[in-house]
Unconditional design. Structure first.
Lengths: 490, 499
């Protein structure tokens, strides 16, 4: 018996190769140099790789535009509009996350390339999840992402909370991974394949007399995805992990991990199990209601900026689920658009949170933000814009994201889900506003103004520009997102 | 058809003015000059637009100066402006309000930022009035919150922060449901007509809804506009907001924001949903009458002058709602005229309260006594505005209130009858407040209060002139808003009956 290696379209895995290649390069360089690699060198290499991946997604985009979506590596990897858009979002988020981490490493005196390596590897897992067309590959991506992430969360050994939250995330994440693989196995049992497209084909052509196995398999996978995207009631880890992790890692989590998990969820649930939509829609509806309302209500109660942003991302997950709920192409592109609108904004917010956190990464109470706009007018203004964008105020990009998923979901007939989500947004508005109001209080004026290093300055400025420019004219982003279609859409 | 550049100019001018005011912030007082000049130019331009407006543009239902540009075909986001006889006067009112607010309530604390926010408020308010696309209107409508919120938070007192939060959350929540309604209408339009998703006013006006859906849509719109207007029982944000806002922002909030609510009610909740008007009118008219009576009653017990104005506005806006929901041309014309007149008078009253606050820390009713002695001119101006609000014949308030009551009486006599009690009520609470504050023995501390200065007096001349002139000669305004009002009311009447 001869084993045939599958043909591989290298363009399809180019972003992945960039990221893992850079991680390996850094690994070798660390091994071959006598001193610890300076953060400057490692950051430069990592940012270049992330930019390379970002550019590669544009090549993929044009390839898909001209020659259509394809699969490669024995149909396990897919290159379609959706994967290209999500990949571009993840790679650009990595650039931001690395720049934030660069300043943080300087403050905390963490020299070396370990952080960059781990971040690159975690991101490569996330990229793999956007492109995985096979449940096994989804699992691989999930694990590459998670294992690197466990280390990243525990990265700050001087902070007790860092290790504690890593342990928490490790235990729960391990369970989630196990639940996912069990679900994948059951789905394989029910359909005879792990390939997402083949599952869809099987379900489209076969009438299952006893769908119990499939229901159990799909349900378990859904639980695992809900865990990763922090949908209520699978969100309990997120505030603790957001608070405990080093702030750059929290930002990384809120954009890159979140985006990858949503991409995989959308592909598996819609491409693979789209024919079962009537079964999973009610469950998603429940997730939407719980996430938007519970996330918003708990966000109000928080006195800690990072915990507040954790609950805020829970409620944002609820909004994206509105797009997933539809199961339509419009809904998918709206969900992709939402990720595009949220990731840079949340990274910009975390850049400021990291700065306010200061040396030791510990000043995260909302009290510490009082009077910030009086001391650092530009930072105060930026944080206001970024928070108002998350709130969903018009002329910021966040409004357009919310608007897109609401339009998609109302179009698909989910008017009640839309109203519930809007109520959630109104509740969450209080949390953002309280924070913003505090910025302008005439207090703490005697404290010194924050020093803003150049990398953070770049991230914050770009995030604010992004929020405002695409808030005023979202035409470019929406037209990109409208082409973010899945290879297979039932 | 007039050039489409006028409205975009009206929109851009204050925005540019705000940027320039920020750019020249280094020189003391320069941004103030820029702001006043911008507001003055805006007023001139808006008056030009109002007087060149032509109601008889072919196939435009009274809309002139139209311009449209699609920004995102996928989401249906578009920039689309047009003005009819109602909006042109609202634009004039907006420019006038901000100009007088700048002149009468100058605040030198971080002045450049303050005037920039005021100019931005002017830009987005004008945007609301000229938007010819529902989503665009919604965007401007929500954006109003931003300048108001930041002006209150940064220039108001410590209690202003809580008031600003309340104001923001109330209005934000109210309009959230409107967003759902707007999207629902657009989706419905797409399903009925096909083509791309669009929020254009003209397109969505053709949507037909079932009665049940129509009522829900109306409720969603009415919630948003009822909060802004305000209509009882959605008014509870307004007293604290009026009380805590800094002087200039207070003028703008009280004179402009309420008009936005009433404008939206007429333009969207009434004109877009003709089929359900007969079902919702009794409810809305009843709420309007309650607003009138409740506002009059509570105004008698208001703790300070600012809250007094808030409740008086609630009563006056009740008359506006009454006229809009009356379903008669005369009543609706009166309502729109009342929006303009009440706006103008409120600018005057609120500016006077600001003058008083410059002289004494408190404007609490309990502290004010015998002000007529030391401040005769102040008392005279106050009397004029008071009489105008009460609806004294010969002053501007009379014409509009009279038209509202006449129009409503023709269609819904009982409500008009009860509302007439509100006219008496307004005389009661105004005169009583006047007696308490201006008559009697002046306290020793207040005996040395200076009367209004020349600068303060000059800032209010345009208001005085308008109050008197529009009382005897309202036709320039009525002539222009007539066709627009008739088109809306007759559209509702014909479409509403056929269903």
């Amino acid at each position: 018996m001869t084993l045939h290696a599958p043909l591989i379209n290298y363009l399809a895995i180019l972003p992945f190769l960039f990221l893992t290649g850079a991680a390996l390069l850094l690994l070798f360089m660390t091994a071959l140099t006598r001193d610890r690699l300076s953060t400057r060198v490692s950051s430069t290499i990592a940012v270049s790789a992330a930019l390379g991946g970002f550019v590669a997604t544009f090549v993929q985009w044009f390839e898909v535009d001209h020659h259509g979506a394809t699969t490669t590596a024995a149909h396990a990897i897919v290159m379609d509009g959706f994967s290209a858009v999500m990949c571009a979002s993840i790679c650009s988020s990595l650039v931001f996350a690395l720049l934030i981490a660069h300043d943080w490493q300087g403050r905390e005196r963490f020299n070396g390339a370990e952080y960059q390596m781990l971040a690159l590897l975690a991101t490569s897992g996330s990229v793999l999840m956007t492109q995985a067309n096979d449940l096994v590959l989804v699992f691989l991506g999930l694990e590459i992402l998670s294992i690197a992430l466990y280390c990243l969360i525990a990265f700050n050994r001087r902070r007790y909370k860092s290790s504690e939250s890593s342990m928490k995330y490790f235990l729960l994440g391990g369970f989630a991974a196990a639940i996912f693989i069990y679900g994948a196995a059951l789905t394989y049992g029910a359909t005879g394949t792990t390939n997402v497209t083949s599952i869809a084909y099987f379900l489209g052509t076969t009438h299952l007399l006893h769908p119990g196995l499939l229901l159990a398999g799909g349900g378990l996978m859904m639980v695992a995805f809900a865990f990763k995207v922090q949908a209520v009631p699978f969100h309990f880890w997120s505030p603790d992990v957001y608070e405990g992790a080093p702030t750059p890692v929290t930002g990384f989590h809120a954009s890159i991990v979140w985006g990858g998990a949503f991409a995989a969820m959308i592909r598996v649930m819609i491409s693979g199990l789209g024919s079962q939509i009537d079964t999973w829609r009610p469950i998603f509806f429940g997730l939407i209601v719980l996430s938007t309302i519970v996330g918003a209500c708990f966000a109000i109660l928080q006195g800690n900026a990072k915990r507040l942003l954790a609950y805020s991302s829970v409620s944002h997950s609820g909004f994206i689920l509105l797009g997933v709920w539809t199961g339509t192409a419009v809904g998918v592109s709206a969900a992709a658009f939402y990720v595009l609108t949220y990731a840079p904004v949340v990274l910009g917010s975390f850049a400021i949170v990291a700065l306010v956190g200061g040396v030791g990464d510990s000043n995260h109470e909302l009290e510490k933000y009082r009077g910030l706009a009086r001391r650092n007018p530009w930072i105060g203004f930026s944080l206001s814009v970024l928070l108002l964008s998350q709130l969903g105020v018009p002329l910021t990009v966040g409004f357009n994201g919310k608007f897109a998923v609401l339009a998609a979901t109302i179009d698909a007939g989910n008017i009640y889900g839309a109203i519930v989500a809007l109520v959630g947004a109104c509740i969450a508005a209080f949390a953002y506003l309280r924070w913003t109001t505090g910025l302008y209080a005439a207090e703490n004026l005697d404290q010194p103004a924050l020093v803003v290093p150049w990398a953070s300055r770049v991230v914050i400025t770009l995030a604010v520009l992004y929020a405002l420019v695409f808030g005023v004219d979202p035409g470019l982003l929406t037209s990109i997102a409208s082409h973010a279609t899945l290879l297979f859409q039932p | 058809m007039h050039s489409s550049l006028f409205l975009s100019g009206l929109l851009l001018l204050p925005a540019l003015g705000a940027v320039v005011a920020l750019l020249v912030r280094k020189q003391e007082g320069r941004s103030y000059v820029v702001a006043v000049a911008t507001a003055f130019l805006e007023l001139v331009l808006s008056v030009v637009v109002a007087f060149t407006y032509n109601a008889h543009v072919a196939n435009a239902q009274g809309f002139d100066f139209a311009y449209s540009h699609v920004l995102s075909p996928v989401l249906g986001i578009a920039y689309s402006v047009a003005a009819d006889g109602i909006s042109v006067w609202m634009v004039v009112l907006s420019a006038l309000t901000v100009l007088i607010a700048l002149l009468a309530a100058r605040d030198r604390r971080r002045e450049s930022a303050y005037v920039a926010w005021q100019l931005l408020l002017l830009a987005v308010t004008v945007g609301c009035f000229v938007a010819h696309d529902l989503l665009e209107f919604f965007i401007f409508f929500e954006l109003i919150l931003i300048p108001c919120y930041f002006m209150m938070v940064q220039w108001g007192g410590e209690k202003a922060k809580a008031a600003a939060m309340k104001f923001f959350l109330y209005t934000f929540t109210g309009s959230a449901f409107m967003l759902a309604a707007i999207i629902y209408l657009a989706v419905l339009h797409q399903q009925q007509v096909g083509g791309a998703l669009t929020f254009a006013y003209g397109a969505l006006a053709q949507v037909t809804t079932s009665t049940a859906a129509g009522v829900w849509l109306f409720v969603a719109f009415a919630l948003a506009f009822g909060v802004k207007s305000p209509i009882w029982p959605l008014h509870t944000w307004s007293p604290s907001t009026y009380a805590e806002a800094p002087a200039a922002a207070g003028i703008e909030l009280s004179a402009l924001l309420s008009k936005l609510g009433a404008y939206g009610l007429l333009r969207f909740a009434v004109a877009l949903l003709p089929g359900v008007q007969r079902d919702v009118r009794p409810v809305m008219l009843t709420l309007a009458v309650i607003s009138i009576l409740y506002g009059s009653f509570v105004a008698c017990t208001a703790k300070d002058l600012r809250r007094f104005i808030a409740y008086s506005s609630l009563a006056q806006m009740g008359f506006v709602t009454l006229g809009i929901m009356s379903g008669s041309v005369i009543g609706t014309e009166g309502a729109v005229l009342l929006m303009f007149n009440h706006g103008v008078i409120t600018i005057g009253v609120f500016a006077l309260v600001g003058y008083l606050e410059r002289r004494r820390a408190s404007v609490a009713m309990a502290d004010l006594r015998g002000l007529q002695g030391p401040m005769p001119v102040f008392a005279g101006l106050f009397t004029l505005f008071m009489l105008a609000t009460m609806g004294l014949p010969g002053l501007s308030g009379f014409v509009s209130e009279y038209l509202v009551l006449i129009g409503t009486f023709g269609t819904h006599a009982w409500w008009a009858l009860v509302a007439t009690l509100g006219v008496v009520g307004s005389a009661v609470y105004w005169l009583w407040a006047y007696q308490r504050a201006f008559h009697g023995e002046v306290s020793t501390a207040d005996a040395s209060l200076a009367d209004v200065s020349h600068a303060e007096r000059n800032a209010l001349w345009p208001i005085v002139a308008l109050v008197v002139v529009l009382g005897v000669f309202p036709s320039p305004i009525l002539n222009r808003l007539g066709p627009a009002v008739t088109s809306i009311v007759s559209h509702v009447a014909t479409t509403g009956v056929s269903k």
